[in-house]
Design a protein around this ligand. Structure first.
Ligand SMILES: Cc1cc2nc3c(=O)[nH]c(=O)nc-3n(C[C@H](O)[C@H](O)[C@H](O)COP(=O)(O)O)c2cc1C
Length: 161
């Protein structure tokens, strides 16, 4: 059967951080979306085999961090290596910052960081859709293009506004 998933692209690419104990991690995500204004909810779909999946399911928190065009190569690498094998913050030269309401860190190099607490999860086949309530949010003025996946993990910078 042909799924035509390719036609659901382009999609904005984001990062999500997670943490358990002393271990922090980052995952690249193309499957995510805003879910609700009141309360403010963001959904992320995370493969069950991902290291991030175990951290988010256990600790029930994540931070959505919005990368920009200059981070393109790093975003692809973060999305191809597992936190089981590498510590992605030092590996990719990213700086973790203490969040205000959750344990997973913000990413200093990202202009937007949204702190979320998991309020629901949907078993979605080989993924889990985590619904996160926004409990704090941080934004610096956007000076660069945002990153979009055209499908096939080909990323492009797209100007906002
Ligand atoms: C552009 C791009 C988009 C991706 N989107 C998703 C996604 O939406 N959900 C997901 O589970 N994995 C996605 N991945 C794959 C994960 O980022 C990848 O498996 C990563 O290595 C998992 O890291 P972890 O094991 O440290 O959690 C994507 C990868 C790339 C490069």
């Amino acid at each position: 059967m042909e799924y035509h998933f390719q036609l659901l692209y382009p999609r904005q690419v984001i990062l999500a951080t997670s943490r358990s104990g002393e271990k922090s991690n980052i995952i690249t995500l193309g499957w995510h979306c805003p879910l609700s204004f009141k309360p403010p909810l963001v959904g992320i779909s995370v493969g069950k085999t991902r290291f991030s999946h175990s951290l988010i399911q256990k600790e029930r928190e994540f931070v959505v961090s919005i990368p920009t065009e200059s981070m393109l190569e790093k975003v692809l690498l973060i999305g191809s290596k597992s936190g089981r094998d590498v510590d992605k913050f030092p590996e990719f030269g990213l700086t973790p910052l203490q969040a205000t309401a959750v344990k997973p860190p913000l990413i200093k190099e990202c202009p937007i960081n949204i702190e979320c607490r998991v309020v629901a999860e949907l078993d979605a086949g080989d993924h889990t859709l985590f619904s996160g309530e926004v409990v704090a949010s941080h934004a610096f003025p956007l000076k660069e293009n945002l990153l979009f996946d055209m499908g096939g993990r080909k990323l492009f910078g797209v100007k906002k506004g």
